[in-house]
Design a protein around this ligand. Structure first.
Ligand SMILES: Cc1cc2nc3c(=O)[nH]c(=O)nc-3n(C[C@H](O)[C@H](O)[C@H](O)COP(=O)(O)OP(=O)(O)OC[C@H]3O[C@@H](n4cnc5c(N)ncnc54)[C@H](O)[C@@H]3O)c2cc1C
Length: 436
């Protein structure tokens, strides 16, 4: 790792990788991630990625996204995402992403809760892995991009309100400062600060925390999505998600007497509320998900990962119901960013789940986040290229001289400090404007 790059990208999920992929080839970029590159939520995405199906689909897709978001979405961001979806999918296909296809060769489309029609492209039940692995392959081939794993961004280097790089803990344990003309935060979600979450535990909202520290604007940090159906387990660790598309294909939710109690295809927050209500009424720690309503062949071909994981827990989904419980899943809030990923701090961008550009409003519509992350990351790369200018090295050195490196020596204490800052911000935001 060098001590100077044109662009530093923090994160190897779809957002960080797609940003790297679209930077001009004459700009060198460092991409860092906390652990191994595949330890990110992008690899976990099961259901799929939305794509506008036709011009007639625009109005219903727009309405579904707004309705799921309680109409708190930024309509311009929603329109930008929907219009950009066809280009995103075409780009992924060109990279070799193998989406499921109909017999006539056209892209197959499935459905999830909150969608009024089938518009989700998928690769079995491991769409995220298929997309992210192909993006990673492509970025790895780029001569202008260096990917350095096991490297944690601990802070931003800021001078006179301008971002000039990062403070990072390197694989050898050394704390180093790295200068860059532009820094892109693509740090993903915040599930790691919650006891039960579908997210990788390492995703602790570090990008949001450093922005809070430096006064970069954040929005809606109390807008946290709970996924209705994760596999109930008494074991510690990451909660295993049972994708909404299982319900989209016909699986139903049952109470303790094996009776249906809700419409399974409502938006996530509504289904979650119904499940929690039912658990309280039944005095049970879970409800049942019955997948036997889905044809066996469909379960085997479309949802092999889910079938396998349930089998590992001793559950035969072809013969018995699966215990499911809601868990933290997605962060709609985050670092305020415009439609080009710009934050309120010059030379600092934020893309993917760590940012809040208004696409999701108060609640994310299923399968909109991979799309959002990929599209706006490309837009950020384009914006950087279009407006490129060099940062002031002297200012960087001045800022580094002002850093108290002792602050970074105890990584666990720093993580605890950032977690508490974030939890406090969430609580304060909830007091000002509770999520409806
Ligand atoms: C189980 C599950 C299923 C999902 N299914 C779907 C789906 O079907 N469709 C859909 O659209 N969305 C889905 N999502 C949501 C979607 O996967 C994520 O919102 C999206 O992948 C986020 O991408 P990202 O690039 O922003 O973050 P991530 O992919 O999470 O990547 C974050 C990166 O940031 C790095 N990082 C974090 N902090 C630091 C730090 N301090 N220093 C260095 N690196 C750091 C991490 O190491 C990682 O590389 C799902 C999410 C989960 C958890």
């Amino acid at each position: 790792m060098k001590e100077r790059y044109d662009v530093i990208i923090v994160g190897t999920g779809v957002a960080g990788l797609n940003c790297a992929l679209h930077l001009p080839k004459n700009k060198n970029a460092l991409v860092i991630c906390k652990q191994a590159p595949d330890k990110c939520d992008s690899y976990l995405a099961q259901g799929g990625i939305c794509r506008l199906q036709s011009e007639e689909d625009f109005a219903p897709y727009f309405e579904d996204t707004m309705r799921a978001g309680h109409y708190e979405n930024n309509p311009a961001a929603v329109e930008c995402m929907i219009r950009g979806s066809v280009g995103v999918i075409d780009g992924l296909v060109k990279l070799g992403v193998d989406f499921a296809r109909n017999a006539d060769g056209t892209l197959a489309a499935t459905r999830e809760g909150g969608h009024s029609g089938n518009r989700i492209c998928f690769h079995a039940d491991c769409t995220g892995k298929e997309i992210t692995a192909k993006l990673f392959e492509s970025v790895s081939l780029l001569k202008n991009v260096e990917i350095v794993p096991d490297t944690a961004m601990l802070d931003l280097v800021v001078s006179e309100g301008v971002c000039l790089g990062v403070v990072a803990r390197c694989p050898d344990g050394q704390i180093r400062t790295v200068f860059a003309d532009y820094t892109v935060l693509a740090c993903g979600g915040i599930g790691g600060i919650f006891e039960k979450s579908t997210n990788f535990r390492l995703l602790t909202g570090d990008g949001v925390a450093v922005c809070l520290k430096h006064g970069v604007a954040v929005d809606n940090v109390n807008y946290i999505q709970i996924h209705p159906t994760t596999l109930y387990s008494e074991k510690a660790g990451r909660s295993f998600l049972i994708s909404e598309s299982v319900r989209g294909e016909g699986a139903v939710l049952l109470d303790k007497n094996f009776m249906r109690f809700t419409d399974e295809l409502q938006p996530r927050d509504v289904v979650t509320a119904e499940i929690l209500k039912q658990m309280k009424k039944d005095e049970t720690p879970f409800v049942w998900l019955d997948m036997r309503t889905v044809p066996e062949e469909e379960l085997k071909t479309h949802f092999p990962t889910i079938v396998k994981r349930c089998a590992e827990e001793g559950i035969n989904v072809f013969k018995e119901c699966v215990p499911v419980v809601p868990a933290q899943h997605y962060f709609m809030g985050g670092i305020r960013s415009d439609l080009n990923g710009r934050t309120t701090m010059p030379r600092l961008y934020a893309v993917g789940e760590t940012c809040c550009n208004g696409v999701h409003g108060a609640n994310r519509l299923a399968s909109n986040s991979l799309l959002e992350s990929i599209l706006f990351a490309e837009r950020a790369a384009t914006d950087i290229a279009k407006n490129y200018s060099s940062a002031d090295r002297g200012e960087f050195e001045k800022a580094v001289r002002g850093l108290d490196m002792r602050e970074y020596a105890d990584v666990a204490a720093l993580a605890e400090k950032y977690k508490n800052m974030l939890l406090k911000a969430i609580e304060e935001a909830e007091n000002v404007k509770p999520r409806n």
